[in-house]
Design a protein around this ligand. Structure first.
Ligand code: FES
Length: 104
């Protein structure tokens, strides 16, 4: 009913640990980050004014900082770490046959 399904996002070998990659899945901006061997997939568009988060910086502490005005998000939950109650969409992912798939 919801129309959700698994879609190819990136080859597994193209995402190294500690790195992030920006992809489009069904036209949606998706950010893939691999940290400590876990893959996080979330919306690549900042909740503030829509800047591309893939141009942002990613710290050791699971924090992604938007390049435009510095909004920070926790990549595990997508939660904005400031005063406002904003959350980036987080997508499920899995690796199958060397491909990273996301559910959206
Ligand atoms: S657009 Fe991301 S902080 Fe302003």
């Amino acid at each position: 009913m919801s129309g959700q399904s698994w879609f190819f996002a990136l080859k597994d070998s193209d995402l190294k640990d500690g790195n992030m990659k920006f992809v489009r899945v069904k036209g949606n901006p998706v950010l893939l980050i691999r940290k400590n061997k876990v893959i996080y997939s979330l919306s690549g568009k900042c909740k503030h004014m829509g800047c591309r988060l893939s141009k942002g910086t990613f710290s050791d502490e699971f924090i992604l900082k938007c390049p435009c005005h510095g909004w920070e998000y926790d990549i595990r939950s997508g939660k904005y770490l400031g005063e406002k109650d904003e959350v980036l969409e987080v997508y499920e992912n899995k690796v199958e046959d060397g491909e990273i798939l996301v559910y959206l």
